[in-house]
Design a binder for this molecule. Sequence first.
Ligand SMILES: Nc1ncnc2c1ncn2[C@@H]1O[C@H](COP(=O)(O)OP(=O)(O)OP(=O)(O)O)[C@@H](O)[C@H]1O
Ligand SMILES: [Mg+2]
Length: 299
Amino acid sequence: MSQPFLSIELLTQQFPDGQGGTLTVFENASFGIEKGEFVCILGHSGCGKSTIMNILAGLAEPSSGVVKMDGFEVSGPSLDRGVVFQNYSLLPWLSALKNVTFGVKARYPDWPAAKVEEHARAFLAKVGLEGDVVHRKPSQLSGGMRQRVSIARAFANQPKLLLLDEPFGALDALTRGTIQDELLKVWSETEQTVFMITHDIDEAILLADRILLMTNGPFARVAESVEITIPRPRTRTEIVDHPNYYAIRNHLVQFLGQRSKELAGQASDGAAQRPETVTIDLTEKTEDQSNPQLRAVND
Ligand SMILES: Nc1ncnc2c1ncn2[C@@H]1O[C@H](COP(=O)(O)OP(=O)(O)OP(=O)(O)O)[C@@H](O)[C@H]1O
Ligand SMILES: [Mg+2]
């Protein structure tokens, strides 16, 4: 069987629980992500989403298990994996443009300065930042602009894998919507692989090919992988009219409201904990239902 682009195998994370015992955040978590996929992960606060992401980024080591990207084990951070944190994490003493060129220079040390700048400006333009604004420092930018710089910076480095930890959490709904659209645009143009944590169900449905659902911790599990059976390109106003939209949304709400608790706290007994694939497609069902009707008419 061929390996997926990103392969998470038997990942376990334990921490001291602060009272002399051990907290098992998750145990033997196993799943894969294909090249070019946009995967979102949803789960309640504290279930272990950021812990998984930090391990994928190479910023933290798991207690056991491995992550492989392109067949190679992830160990330590790398320019192949770009990270966008919730708190922007821009360098405050550099302009928006320099925040982007800084990474591009590290990624492509052989490029002349003019090419680095052109490349950085092109990615800033993709997220709507052009003209004088690129010379402003982070403190002179709005929250939404700062987040755009973070996204431009991450994409400009052209990492093989982009990791986003609730990147839009602090933004108002309007700005969030605009940046979601920009993220989709850049992603579809660059064909990068994206793993994104979010608390926003509608955001996840708009953006993702697949949504991973995590149960509550401790012993949290990535219990389901829900396919988003809504064709692209998607727009926020049109997807709500798709027959699968509310069926998928209800499934996610039901999981987070109820089953994430019911399935919580189960040790793995050493077995790999793989998510179950869930495909909700009412368009197929509609065709199936219409067939008997058709047959009835033909008879
Ligand atoms: N370095 C650490 N030492 C001890 N416990 C930790 C450490 N990092 C995380 N934890 C614990 O691991 C669990 C998972 O934390 P994590 O940050 O991954 O959650 P999360 O799913 O990202 O939550 P949120 O949605 O609130 O960001 C929590 O119970 C947290 O207290
Ligand atoms: Mg988190």
